[in-house]
Design a protein around this ligand. Structure first.
Ligand code: UTP
Length: 276
């Protein structure tokens, strides 16, 4: 069983400035819940209840969110407003939370390597909370877990995106297995226009085996001078095996304004539907 899930949340969220000047991007609310809470709920649904955050400066609100707010809770205790805290209280009861800081933003690969101290030597999930996912029958992380349990190797979630968008993503190519998974044999981080091997883009859900840490420690910075998880995964795919899984469900890229608004509309409609 994989119990640990890593949340790299150290990025600056520059695409949302000025909103993210003093507030973490991951605390932006989609309707009435911060993005990061959706991510932790997804991890918990996949039984990953040891939550590990790689944080940075200005991210203290995340720690406070996953803790008791004594004064407020005392104030509304026994009133009709108490129900608003039901979801977060359930998570706090169900999960443990640990934190470490990435002191310089050297990329997602570097953030994941920074999390080694929290994750140790076992396979672990990774959730990028700004990719807000809604699984079809089960959560996207639970879908990856099914694939991991079958193949026991690193697994990444991928989505087909329009060719005009592939330059924003890590893109994979490989051989398709009988059950539809893709055995990766090529990966390119943010390919230049016309150079993408496919339109299969990696989204913010991964299960990684711990040998990824040694690879990350030893690779050189790649695209944009950052330590890229894509480069490490390609090396892992060549040394052993890495699988891409086309998840069933929806994803909203809440790291940009269009995706954030689409995600907000989706969850607002869902809430209204539940109320009616
Ligand atoms: P993004 O590039 O989407 O996030 O990184 P960002 O850097 O915060 O946003 P922009 O581009 O400036 O608007 C994907 C994820 O990886 C984390 C981010 O917090 C985000 O969840 N990350 C990225 C780190 O934790 N550390 C890094 O050095 C880079």
């Amino acid at each position: 069983m994989i119990k640990k899930c890593l949340f790299p949340v150290a990025g600056y969220g520059t695409r949302f400035l000025p909103a993210t000047k003093a507030m973490p991007k991951e605390m932006m609310p989609v309707v009435n819940k911060p993005l990061v809470q959706y991510g932790v709920e997804e991890a918990a649904e996949a039984s990953m209840t040891k939550i590990a955050f790689v944080t940075g400066r200005n991210k203290r609100a995340i720690e406070d969110h996953f803790d008791v707010t004594y004064e407020l809770e005392d104030q509304i205790s026994g009133t009709s407003k108490e129900r608003y805290l039901t979801s977060i209280r359930a998570l706090i009861d169900q999960c443990t939370f640990s934190y470490t800081r990435q002191t310089s933003m050297k990329g997602l690969g570097h953030a994941i390597l920074t999390g080694e101290v929290l994750v140790g030597n076992s396979p672990f999930g990774v959730i990028l909370a700004d990719d807000l996912c809604v699984g079809e029958d089960k959560s996207v992380m639970a879908q990856l877990l099914d694939v991991y349990e079958k193949y026991r190797c690193s697994v990444v979630a991928v989505e087909e995106v329009p060719l005009s968008e592939v330059h924003k993503y890590g893109v994979v190519a490989g051989d398709v297995g009988d059950d539809g998974v893709i055995f990766i044999n090529d990966m390119v981080e943010k390919p230049d226009k016309g150079h993408a091997p496919t339109n299969l883009a990696i989204i913010g859900r991964y299960i990684l085996t711990p040998d990824i840490f040694d690879i990350l420690r030893n690779i050189s910075p790649g695209k944009d001078g950052e330590v890229q998880i894509t480069d490490a995964l390609l090396q892992q795919a060549r040394q052993e095996k890495v699988i891409a899984c086309k998840f069933k469900g929806k994803r909203f890229d809440c790291g940009n304004v269009d995706g954030f608004v689409a995600g907000t509309n989706y969850f607002y409609q869902k809430m209204k539907h539940a109320e009616s």
